[in-house]
Design a protein around this ligand. Sequence first.
Ligand SMILES: [Zn+2]
Length: 406
Amino acid sequence: MISRERLSRDIEILRTFTATPGSGVTRLSYTKEEALAREYIKNRMQEAGLTVREHPTGNIIGRMAGRDDSLAPVMTGSHYDTVLSGGAYDGVAGVVTAIEAAHSFKEEGFVPERPIEVIAFVEEEGSRFHHGLLGSEGLIGNLTKEAMLSAKDNGGICAYDAMKAAGHDPDAIPSHAIGKGDLHAFVELHIEQGPVLENEGTEIGIVTCINSMNYGHVTVKGRADHAGTTPMDARVDALRGAAVFMERFYALAEALGNTTATVGKMDVYPGSANVVPGEVAFTVDFRSTDMTRVKRMHDFVRESADNPPFPGISMEFHMLSEAPATDLDEEIQSVIETEAGALGFSTKRMPSGAGHDAMNMATVCPTGMIFIPSTFGSHNPKEFASEEAIEKGAKVLANTLKRLAK
Ligand SMILES: [Zn+2]
């Protein structure tokens, strides 16, 4: 039996391991808050009957032996790091439901045919080293030493050094890499982070694919001038040029549909109220599940840089990261749908607008995701998933794992 009490207690205790008490949950990887959460998660895995080990990146893995323990395991879990002043559910919901599923198996005396492994990933959010999905990248062996050395936190400490200081073994990552065939399947439960399930009153979301995520940097150069003495027609205002670009950028995403365009960070130079901006630097983020639309967005930004949309300005553009859209496994979607239906829960197949460790896992094994409804989205202290929603998610996850591990 899935225990709502244990699930709620785990969520409540894990939310106390924060660097910002009173202002949401801030649990960055390889910090003392993370170490406390790590201890708690390891203990809970042991109580659930799992044999616990640590991956060289710090990912925590608990294993339930299968009847045939030589078979490739079914893996489930999510991340337990957070953004700065984030909430108590993003990531953690997938960790505690995975542990609870295993705990219920132990209580029922259910022994799966295949081994089942529960994983709690480190550094998914990229909040500390500005390198998202680092834990799962390490698990599948795609994390190079160069990347760990160049991924630095705001204090200049790189991921490689922080990992070592926390007692992990980054040099052993390549020899522990999981490849195709090493896992039978991966399933991640996560809060939806959007309003769809909540608004529709749907109990379980079945993720069909994860958006392509693209993130780049644009610099617009014009000429700084006196804000009072320079007539409007004599200016080369970098910010005005950027504004024209941005309006077209947003409009294109709207026109394409199923596409988002975001400018989330901007610096204006010299940054004075009485000076015409001479330079503007900003980020562009664009996402879609459809790679044709992604290409249109990419081409638009590139062409704008080649032919700036305002006289006199110059534009430079470079991409910082590009992740293709990830289709999740059809069969696992059907299993989740069947199991949720058997429990009497309403379901909806839907894409994921946010990135997840499941993207990396999908490159090595059939992968599925279960969404549960949440209010106030995510990445803020108010994010919330009800006890009932988490319990329902845990039940669907447990039955899905049983089916996949047969
Ligand atoms: Zn998350």
